[in-house]
Design a protein around this ligand. Sequence first.
Ligand code: ZN
Length: 470
Amino acid sequence: MFLCCMFFVAASLNSAKAQWEPVKYDMDIRVDYASAKIYADCKLTVTNTSTGPSRNLPLLLYRLLSVSSVTDMQGNALPFEQNIKAFDEIPRLQVNVVSIELPEKLEEGEEYSVHIKYEGFIFGYTEAIGGYVRERIEEPFTILRQDSYAYPQPGHPTIESMMHVMHHSYDYKVNITVPEHLVVANGGKFVSKTSKNGYTSYTYRNIKPAWRMDFAIASYEIMEDSGIRMFYFSALDEEARDLMGVLKNTMALFTEWFGPLKDFESFSVIQVPAGYGSQMDVTSIIQSGEVFTRDDINANLNLYHELSHLWHPMEIEPRPPSRWNEGLATFTEYLAAEKLEERSGLVEKSSMAISQNFVNRCKNMPNCRETPLIDYGKARMTQHSYTKGMVLFHVLYELIGHDEFMGLIQRYYQAYYKTGGSTHDLTEMIKELPHEGLTRFVDEWFYGTRSSEYLFEGKSVEEIVSIYNE
Ligand SMILES: [Zn+2]
């Protein structure tokens, strides 16, 4: 797990409905390295998702990006203000808070499009957000992404707004113009590339509804095989070839385990320099160079983790999701390493360490022992979904066996990949399996806290499994 992701996990999600959600971005961005600036033209469609009418559209933009004009789609100017403000809870994190007055109030569910022109510099956020947002507009590498507010995002300078971006679901079509020796990498569908006067414009659109857009710019090499597209630095040609092999083997293993992926168009891996953080969106992973050189024995674990998420239906809950998917992905990453890297005993060993990690963190956290997994979202404790959630799936795996376990995950994916599924949907499927202890298992691990006591008592997975086999 990486800094960027841990930051999100630590702060966890909030359920409150945001006032505005992005529906569509239609953007043109010119990157000018001579002035270290970007010039952007953004047509943004938003919808009012609150329960009442509203006329004021609040947007967040990077602190050194400045809006020069806002109009409606007919070109009529709309009044707006912009002010640099710090986040309520993070005084070091400053953003340009843009407030646009719409011509009239928008009712709940109504959409509206604004045309925003902005320009300026990006110098990262090394002073905040864990230090991985270190981008600048410079060669040989830059990245335009959600984390640095390189494009306007509806919201307020609060942690709640920041966390809410993960629930966004929008379409995008973005055209980025760079000097012709550079390549723009994005995880969406490559639409076109046109060159003129020493500059090349790359156009991408999203493949699935997106919650973030990332555009990495460098003199990338591109490798494509079996729907996997890799953008990598040319010095790592051999490593990239190896990594492609790892990705293909992993996809093949997961297809064998979880069944064929539905609606698979392409999946991209985009290399970024060390220290820029690793990230996953719906159809791509951004990975720093360490993963390509794979000096660390555990370098592939994160890849397995992220790829396994492709088989996870969206968690749909009336309350903030507990994100048990993270427990499943964490369990899967160790199981995949056991299989693909012939590291027998790795799941058992990791599970013990992870249990201990859960106990150590939980004992110093108010209400942790009394909070069941189902409430981790509401209680802002989803960091335990990775740890205790991993042990949960390990116990289940040992209890019902490999084939039954994979069959379950396959059926859940088949049933809910389109609509998303809830914890209840999963636990009902578990209880349908022909095993006596499963009702008790579900009650104790998803909805109750007896499971935490087993871990506090230092019980091994084997000992816990035997409880349900009595
Ligand atoms: Zn994950």
